[in-house]
Design a protein around this ligand. Sequence first.
Ligand SMILES: [Zn+2]
Length: 403
Amino acid sequence: MAEHQLALPDEIRDHAVALLTELCTISSSSGEAEGLRRMCERLSAELSRRGLTVETVEEPDMTGVPQPVLLARGPAAKESHLLLVGHMDTVLEAAPPRREGDRLWATGALDMKGGLAAFLGALDLLAARGQKPPADLLLVVVPDEEVGGVISEHAIRRWAALARAILVIEPGESRGDAETLVAGRRGLSEWRLEATGKAAHSGLAYWQGRSALAAAADWAAQAQRLSERGPGVTVNVARLVGGDSDFVNDLAHHHELLGTPRRRNVIPDRALGEGEVRFLAPAEGVRILGRLEQLAGTVAAAHQVSMSFLRGATVPPVDPHGPGAALVQRAVELAAARGWRLEVEQDRGGISFPNYVPDPSRVPIVDGLGPVGDGMHTRQEYVSLLSLERRVVLLADLLASLA
Ligand SMILES: [Zn+2]
């Protein structure tokens, strides 16, 4: 039976559950200053007791209000480190926790106080085995992940730059008897399309006009069709505005034209498109942007308009076949050796911690190491306590292998 193979002493399991329950009673929704500070204090006390050197630094949020970031270091975490990343904020304010069989129903139990409790349990398990965590361990716990905050982004950028590997203790997912961890996350590149045609009276000189709007719409339809299902790239045309150049270039003043008969007799000489592409591997991002630019050339020629394709900001992807693949495989094998099945998510949606890493193609990143459950960000949030046990053992085994 799995529980037997996990070989997690009862007192360590019970302590992890009690600690998680306690952390979930602290109301620490994003921006809830007092609760975030209490989370910091409780975590600091628990981490210090387990031999890490803890420091709380105050960082300004988007509006300049200082919020706490917790840093816990092993004795050799100096120039480079093994980085563990978590967050102490939740989406909702806390409701009283409730335990029912294998489930702990509580705010943040899954996302992601469960991951923090699993890490503390892993430190206990290592100590009970007479093992030590990696001496260069650095745990960073941020207060604003759930609002996509600047503190999270800055902290990851800063500490990831010097990391030899990055472990993220956000929750995995449940898949029947199995659970997942996360190997890949899509990156994105923003783009903008500008088209200029030739205005003309649609009644008197229709064939002298060149419609920038028709050209941009043609480009948009073809661009969207470059999207591929599965692990491939996707193209999203998020906005498309066309009309005469006064209308497009000063939309704020001219939107009242919509719904009126005015200027419908003008061949539209201006169009703008904006959107993004998403991709799992850096080379795929380069490829799709190249295709879109090429498409702009072809479509412009066909419609006899001028078109420019402009590249914008890029958030790099975490390639599931990149430098983290070996570490992901090791985690899968460690779980199997303890009698349970860990599956790999190659492509988890959304932008999260790993995307803030300055160069994810350089450093191994494993995400989704926290326990699984369901109901994230709702009043139906719960974490599986069997999964908590599994993740305590997995983190201990993984940390031991990285020491
Ligand atoms: Zn989270």
